[in-house]
Design a protein around this ligand. Sequence first.
Ligand code: PAZ
Length: 356
Amino acid sequence: MPNTTEINATTFSAESYFATQPEPPTLKADIQGVSHFIDSQIEKGRKVVLVTSGGTTVPLELNVVRFLDNFSAGTRGATSAEYFLKQGYAVIFMHRQFSLQPFSRNYSHSTHPFLDFLEIDAALPSSSTIDSAYPYSNDPSPSAAHPHITVKTSEKAALLSLLRAYKAVQAKGTLHTLTFVTVNDYLYLLRAISKEMKQLGPKAMYYLAAAVSDFFLPKQKMSEHKIQSGKGSLHIEMDQVPKVLKPLVSEWVPAGFVVSFKLETDPALLIPKARQALERYGHQVVIGNDLHHRKHHVVLVSPKSTASDRKILPNGVEYEEMWIEIDSSPSAPHKEIEEGIVRELVARHDAWIKRA
Ligand code: PAZ
């Protein structure tokens, strides 16, 4: 007999999901931090954006050894968060543990490791230079105790400008970071943070860039221990993750400005799927992106009407599309598409606040 789950697939509504799936143990502490952060941003009169970023996992066992994952590295979310900060927003950055983060993403260990742009000062005696720079060295010489480490000249300007921006954000206290791993962590955090942000009314933006699994294995169907391979092939029937955009838009944050992302691998599906999402959930913008070109072009789909009511739009409502593109040729100057996306959204959010 192959391994197989025993209960048939169920359709979860958001309510039945939260009634049956366990709350993450760290949720209360996480939300306390968010609540303090929001209070201090309200005092300063700032706009606040929730940026979700990175992929969720779906554990297959209660004592989890194996899980399904989602491909996202968190580039979109981390990069966008930096541009929102630059535009004066306070940012709640909710990201997959160990995925890219604002500022440090520029020195990712895989694409731009920081050790590669540091140098050991050439003025030091060559015999002690290498040893003294190595943290486990036993070299007792004075130069070994105080080795000079410098930044490569070619890296200095970029690092300095990034460091200044990072320190300024720290001093202003406009970035609050928290993490999720599983799709269950994500859903609970999203609901709780949204409810905290509700008091911000139209001044809150929700920028949902995380790659969230569409399927999950409810706790009640999970094997307690590691699934054994002795029984041959593995058959798992997963349930659908509830579409929480619906309660988010209509109940949790009825006055907020909501932007969701739609990822497709068939570019022909981008616009129809984005329109379908707007019709279903009645939010403000869907950003369509296709997997292979997501860093170079995206489409912003939104209802044509400028009405600020949040009713679910009936079929047949007109939509508008706006493409944002950057030059992808190797000789083009370095640009990030998120700069254009954030600039456009900030303008639309300002109009939204004014109308409200
Ligand atoms: O994190 P990343 O930069 O590698 O990818 C970003 C993205 C494609 C996950 C994001 O732009 C997106 O489309 N998020 C929503 C995915 C979805 O349809 O669930």
